[in-house]
Design a protein around this ligand. Structure first.
Ligand code: B12
Length: 324
């Protein structure tokens, strides 16, 4: 969930030599990723996004609201070579987010900024790969920092499937994971068999669709971001309409409701208040936090994404609700 500057680089260097043993290199990449604590890892061979038409339909429907960067970088998401010239394969990883109970900050944003944690792990993986890969190979680490359709690539790498709530669900771990990738111009071997891109693994369950407090799902997997509390509290830059404000229910950053009711996400249940201090922010304190104090407080937190104005706006909405 972040804006980025698209790097529309043209070819600047010769493509990587063909590796002697692409299967062994892929195995090494996956082993190194699991060794870094990622809960799932896999390699896709390819560079064209197959689900781009669905992405385009999301934009054409205006479902992205004020997230103009999604429109600006739309074309770049079609193909990974818009990010890394001659890209041929992607290593995809998933990292579990902190566990915890109810708070006014979504779980993925608690504790260390996941961008930093995932990037650190992937850089270590790249260091191992470099030792085994032919000289002249190139790698680019992405953690929601480049125009990549991360969920699609993760599915194609065999990490899991996309549930009705639109989330990548890792069997055994659930959906409370964040994603990252290493793009490379090395011709790595795929670690997953042909993708079983069916959406049927939710069976008849519609818990997430029914639990969404704002009815943001237009259909299974189709989120109207303009109604999603994650968008409203993190990405929306303008003020709230009275209706939007009435939806927030005290949330200050993000929303996990469509994940917390999912049977693939077992314990701990969301019913218990979280013990971790970073699970909840004090709206009184946040409403009066000035810009430098915000920057200092959230320097190493994903909460920074909301911007000082946005987070103060959310805090004011929470306080207005308390005083009603
Ligand atoms: C914009 C964005 C948002 C927007 C829009 C969300 C949405 N559903 O589209 C808002 C602000 C609402 C949002 C909210 C959240 N987000 Co967000 N978000 C993104 C971002 C930057 C782009 C997503 C996007 O392109 N959306 C447009 C739709 C159309 O694309 P899509 O969701 O990827 O859906 C496509 C795929 O599912 C694809 N697909 C799926 N399976 C397969 C299989 C095959 C074979 C093919 C071909 C295609 C395919 O088809 C769809 C159409 O093309 C990504 C990072 C990234 N670069 O991808 C993070 C990301 C999706 N967000 C993430 C998170 C954690 C969240 C929240 C949980 C945060 C929170 N707690 O508040 C919520 C969850 C809301 C939800 N149910 O989706 C994680 C999701 C991890 C996961 N397990 O899936 C990501 C991947 C960031 C990361 N690096 O970890 N987010």
């Amino acid at each position: 969930m972040s804006g980025f500057r698209s790097r529309r680089t043209g070819p600047r260097f010769p493509p990587a030599p063909v590796p002697d043993d692409p299967v062994e290199l892929s195995r090494l990449a996956v082993r190194a990723a699991l060794g870094q604590g990622f809960v799932a890892a896999g390699v896709v061979a390819g560079f064209r996004a197959e689900g781009w038409a669905g992405y385009r339909a999301f934009l054409d429907g205006g479902l992205h609201g004020e997230m103009g960067y999604l429109e600006r970088d739309s074309e770049a998401r079609r193909s990974l070579d818009s990010i890394l010239p001659y890209a041929k394969a992607v290593l995809c990883v998933a990292r579990e987010v902190p566990s915890g109970g109810r708070g006014n900050v979504a779980r993925y944003a608690r504790g260390e900024d996941y961008h930093d944690a995932v990037r650190r792990g992937l850089k270590a993986v790249v260091a191992s790969l470099r030792q085994a890969a032919p000289a002249g190979s190139h790698f680019r680490v992405c953690v929601d920092t480049a125009p990549v359709l991360e969920r699609e690539w993760a599915v194609r790498a065999g990490l899991g499937f996309v549930g009705r709530n639109g989330m990548l669900i890792v069997p055994g771990a659930g959906s409370h994971v964040v994603l990252g990738e290493v793009l490379t111009d090395l011709a790595l071997a795929p670690t997953a068999t042909a993708v079983d891109a069916t959406w049927e693994k939710c069976g008849g369950c519609r818990a997430c669709l029914d639990a969404c407090p704002t009815s943001a799902f237009l259909a299974p997997r189709v989120v109207d971001a303009r109604r999603c509390l994650s968008y409203l509290t993190i990405e929306k830059r303008s003020g709230f309409t009275p209706e939007e404000e009435s939806w927030l229910d005290g949330r200050l950053f993000g929303c996990d409701d469509c994940q917390d009711v999912c049977p693939y996400n077992s314990a701990p249940r969301w019913s218990e208040p979280a013990r971790e201090p970073e699970a909840s922010l004090d709206p009184v304190e946040i409403a009066s936090l000035d810009d430098p104090a915000f920057q200092e407080r959230f320097a190493r937190s994903a909460v920074r994404r909301a911007t000082p104005d946005g987070l103060r706006r959310n805090a004011r909405a929470a306080l207005a609700r308390e005083s009603r």
